[in-house]
Design a protein around this ligand. Structure first.
Ligand SMILES: CC(C)(COP(=O)(O)OP(=O)(O)OC[C@H]1O[C@@H](n2cnc3c(N)ncnc32)[C@H](O)[C@@H]1OP(=O)(O)O)[C@@H](O)C(=O)NCCC(=O)NCCS
Length: 167
C-alpha cells in the first residue's frame, strides 16, 4: 500500500538516491550535484504551480519514501499534453509499487488537470518502464527520438493515456 505526497524541502536525500547510476541507466546517467539541487528547487516550487505535480511515493504503513512520480504540462507535436515520469528505489522494485503509484498519479491528473492526454517516453530498452505503461493501459504510438533530461537523446517509446476525449 502506497500513497503520493507532495515533494517538500526535506526530500533532497530521496532525490540523491533516485539519481544513483542504476536508477539513471536509461536517463543519461546521474546528474551533477548542481543539476540535482536545481531539480530539487524546481520540485519544491511546483507546489505553488498548476503546471506540474511532483510527488514522492511513500510506502505504508512504514511511511518510508520509496520513489517519485511526476507530471507536468508540455506541448507535444503541437498539442497541449501532460508528460509523466517515475522512479522506484532498487530495493523496492518488483513489488508493483510503480504500477500503483502511476495509477494514483493518473487519477490525480484526471482530477486536477484540464489536459486530455498523458504521454510517457521510456527508452525502448527500459523493459520495466515500458511494462508499467502497457499494464496501466497506455497506448503505444511508436518509437521517437526523445530528449530527457536536457541534452540526453535516446530512442524512446511514445505512450499515450487518454484522460478524457476533449479538453
Ligand atoms: C521502471 C520502474 C519505476 C519500475 O518500478 P517497479 O516498482 O519495479 O514496477 P512494478 O513492480 O510496478 O512492475 C511493473 C511491471 O513491470 C514488469 N517488470 C519489472 N521489471 C521488469 C524487467 N526488468 N523486464 C520486464 N518487465 C519488468 C513487472 O513484471 C510488472 O508487470 P506485471 O505486473 O505485469 O508483472 C523502476 O524499474 C525504476 O525506477 N527504474 C529506474 C528509473 C526509470 O527508468 N524510470 C522510468 C523513466 S521513463
Amino acid at each position: 500500500m502506497i500513497q503520493l505526497e507532495p515533494w517538500t524541502d526535506g526530500d533532497m536525500p530521496l532525490l540523491v538516491r533516485l539519481n544513483a547510476p542504476e536508477m539513471t541507466e536509461h536517463l543519461g546517467g546521474p546528474e551533477t550535484p548542481e543539476q540535482l539541487e536545481k531539480r530539487h528547487r524546481r520540485y519544491v516550487a511546483a507546489i505553488d504551480s498548476d503546471a506540474a505535480r511532483i510527488f514522492k511515493v511513500v510506502l505504508l504503513p512504514e511511511g518510508v519514501p520509496v520513489g517519485g512520480v511526476n507530471f507536468w504540462e508540455r506541448e507535444w507535436e503541437g498539442e497541449p499534453v501532460l508528460e509523466m515520469g517515475w522512479g522506484i528505489l532498487p530495493e523496492y522494485q518488483g513489488r508493483g509499487i510503480a504500477s500503483a503509484a502511476v495509477a494514483k498519479a493518473i487519477e490525480q491528473a484526471r482530477a486536477t488537470s484540464r489536459r486530455a492526454t498523458i504521454h510517457a517516453f521510456p527508452s525502448v530498452d527500459n523493459a520495466a518502464s515500458n511494462a508499467v505503461c502497457r499494464k496501466l493501459g497506455f497506448e503505444l504510438l511508436g518509437p521517437v527520438e526523445f530528449e530527457y533530461p536536457k541534452g540526453n537523446w535516446a530512442p524512446s517509446n511514445d505512450w499515450r493515456f487518454t484522460l478524457r476525449q476533449y479538453t
